[in-house]
Design a protein. Structure first.
Length: 417
């Protein structure tokens, strides 16, 4: 039961504040202890260096205790965390927890095989090695390939500068640079060629380019951008929101609370409740999908901006602010997940509420009157803008008035209206 720092009869303001403070501190402590224990114990054996299989087995056992055992056994830890199965909603959460635990155990088993199988066997069987080697090893290899790619491209660009023809069409390869004057001439030609090639650019960044680069692997092999596990997990959580949002929307449309309000209307008028809710859920789903598809391209774009100097780094005064509150990076995953979830829900409720205000029998009359007024104001403003565009070039030339009297008359009209 919940502990009380005041008696049952104490209802004054200070007692309420103290009770709330005590409750939230207790929640934070329980989350910190349980969450840290789970992450620390289940992460045993997660390293790119050789480790003893015993640590991996301990990690597998801890994952099973924290994620699979609650599905079969009712437990209580503290005052706020228990595995008591009171309704079907909690059962679905336990089922998802068990699925996530099975995925983690599968990944740990791959790590166990990596520690047990000799490295020579993995080198002889490349396909098996690709499946078993950790993602950090593969990512490190891709980063090295990206460095080699950029060095080769830099050398190729340098060779192109010295192999182009000059302004008069003479080939650089056919010259015989034997004197210092000739060497100086060739150096000057190279500078001219470099000036010609300075306008040659390659377009990077953008939504389509980022996803194409991720799909074909160029973002790793050519650009050398290493997307952290936290960012990938956050994008995966957004994709999960996209999958479960229509399901929860369907549950909401068929729930007792929503159906109670629908049944209060005549059958011929029930569409006024169904259409706004359906459109709101669809728009919320599109919002969740948009957020899921823009996270990785936005991250890649920011990395490229830092790399190319569009965002200042070491020599920028603002860069010193980046060193403050470095521990806030631990909030990235939660911000990605809860931000996408709340945004999708708010979009659904906002547009659904606006459409409900326009369509509901009780508010439709006032809503249509308000909409007509807004349309009238908008049309009037557009007409005003059109007239000003027509007479602007006739009365003004940049900052100067070609016809002062007419311009003053228009200015007075604008001030009074």
């Amino acid at each position: 039961s919940e502990r009380k720092i005041c008696g049952d009869t104490e209802t004054h303001f200070g007692c309420i504040i103290g009770q709330g403070l005590y409750r939230w501190i207790e929640v934070i402590l329980e989350l910190s202890i349980l969450g840290t224990s789970f992450l620390w114990l289940s992460s045993l054996g997660n390293t790119i260096y050789p480790t003893h299989p015993f640590y991996i087995i301990i990690g597998i056992a801890c994952i099973a205790v924290f994620t699979i055992l609650p599905f079969f056994q009712e437990l209580r830890v503290g005052n706020y965390f228990s595995t008591e199965k009171q309704n079907n909603g909690k059962m679905s959460l336990y089922f998802l927890s068990m699925i996530g635990g099975c995925v983690l155990i599968f990944l740990k088993l791959i790590g166990l095989l990596d520690s047990l199988i000799p490295i020579q066997f993995l080198m002889d069987h490349i396909r098996v090695g690709k499946m078993i080697l950790s993602s950090n090893v593969r990512s490190e290899a891709k980063i090295k390939r990206a460095a080699a790619f950029k060095l080769n491209r830099m050398v190729k660009n340098a060779m192109d500068v010295h192999s182009l023809t000059d302004t008069f069409g003479d080939s650089r390869c056919g010259t015989n640079s034997t004197t210092s004057a000739a060497n100086g001439s060739e150096f000057g030609k190279a500078l001219l060629h470099f000036a010609k090639l300075s306008d040659k650019t390659v377009s990077d960044g953008g939504w389509g380019w980022a996803w194409r680069s991720i799909w074909n692997g160029q973002i790793y092999d050519n650009e050398g951008i290493w997307l952290s596990t936290r960012i990938i997990a956050g994008n995966l959580s957004k994709l999960i929101i996209c999958l479960i949002f229509p399901i929860f929307g369907y549950i909401f449309l068929n729930g007792d609370l929503y159906q109670t309000y629908v049944q209060q209307l005549d059958k011929s008028e029930q569409w006024r409740m169904i259409v706004p809710a359906t459109i709101g859920i669809i728009l919320g789903f599109f919002a969740a999908t948009t957020l899921a598809l823009t996270l990785l391209p936005s991250t890649i774009r920011t990395i490229l901006q830092f790399r190319y100097g569009c965002i200042g780094s070491l020599n920028d005064k603002v860069f010193l602010d980046y060193r403050l509150a470095v521990e806030q990076q631990s909030l990235i995953f939660g911000s990605i997940f809860w931000g996408a979830l709340y945004t999708s829900i708010l979009v659904a409720f906002f547009f659904g509420g606006v459409l409900l205000f326009l369509m509901h029998p009780i508010t439709s009359t006032a809503a249509l009157a308000l909409l007509a007024s807004l349309l009238g104001i908008s049309i009037t403003a557009l007409i005003k803008i059109g007239i000003l565009l027509c007479f602007r070039s006739y009365f003004y030339a940049a900052f100067y008035r070609k016809k002062p009297a007419h311009a003053n008359f228009v200015g007075i009209m604008l001030e009074v209206t």
